[in-house]
Write a protein that binds this ligand. Sequence first.
Ligand code: SF4
Length: 456
Amino acid sequence: MSNKSLFQKKAEKIAFNENHRKTIRFNMGKYYAAVNAGKARYNNLEATRTRTANIKRHTLENLAQYLQEFEETFTRNGGEVLWARTADDAVQFISRILQEHNVKSVVKSKSMTTEEIELNHELEKIGIESVETDLGEYIVQLAGEKPYHIVTPAMHKSKRDVAELFHNHFNFPLDSTAEEMTALAREKLREKYLAAGAGITGANFVIANKGAICVTENEGNAIMSTAFPPIHIAIAGIEKVIPSMQDLAVFWAHLAQHGTGQAISSYSSMFSAAKKEGESDGPKKMYVILLDNGRTNLYKNKTFNVALSCIRCGACLNACPIYKNIGGYTYNTTYQGPIGTVITPHLKNFADYVHLSSACSLCGACSSVCPQRIPLHELILENRKLAVQEKLSPEIERIGMKGFEFITAKGSRMDSVNGTVKNTAIALFAKNAWGKKRAMPRFATLSFRKLYKKNT
Ligand code: SF4
């Protein structure tokens, strides 16, 4: 089945799932409350949006320079930078490092970049256990699922769902409280931290002038994943670089505000190298893998490269009426919602993912909340335009649209038949055009123009 057919099938089903809708509404409700309260902390949130958007635009204009600067500073600090053009390159680098150090298990903090390269799955293939340590990621890993949302991976799960999961895996009481379940996960994970031969993290930001990567989180699991094991591997998309520490100061709070509504995340760490001689804590060796994996395709495109300003806050997903109805899994992509819809066709095969752009009402809610001022809905429209130019829509659809264009171009053509004929045509040729569970709107017997003529 094609990606498009699969998407339509899944969307049709999940959009009418009351339980799913209830869980998402409940969890999103908590997000909106926190974010709205958080916005009140800012004197001028718009100025911050402009500033961070400008920092990212400037960085993108000088991307090669800042990436090279990072390589120099981080190498000077004693770390090693590896450049991965593809997901396969990144997996091979990580596998090689782990095998060289005879690592049998790793602990991982939350990282969408590692999801992008399907790292857990790839490590499993070579016999290395990879354990997610962020609670939401731990839950979806236990459930054999992927993250549902780029910030809150288990957003689709209710407390009851998690209790059932823990009951099935650990025989934990079904009536456990959230605190008890968290304590159990913490206990299970502690064993993993102690046994792991390496810790793997993503990077929210990469600081060019300091040679450091920055990780922001709320559970302390990224700190634990890097403090205990002797090896630290961080993997970051090339767009994560920012010029300096001054820039980081504004981004820390900005990301927390739009991601969770916090003034700042509970734990914000910078990792600039392995431990030095005489230091007691930290890994013996640290690597940073800079991942392209299609980003240069976006970068080269003058219309779309603004999407590389994304800081993965998830705000556009939470604002999107489509995401809220069809949920994260329907997209079948690492990055879902508006940002996923924009970038995935360019990161992967355009023809395989451009159908996502049709799942958009162009309401613009995503663009209005995006802290980086990315014009998401306009880019979605651009994707549609490219699909038309490349003739990616089915022949029947193109003929249909031509016919629609011809008929609706003139009122007299629209009025050439009455409402009964139009309704019969819809019933015969386009009955399920809006899905099987939605009725098509009905034409009035007389059009407005005819009614007007008749009554005046
Ligand atoms: S596109 Fe904007 S709103 Fe969406 S995740 Fe990225 S930064 Fe956040």
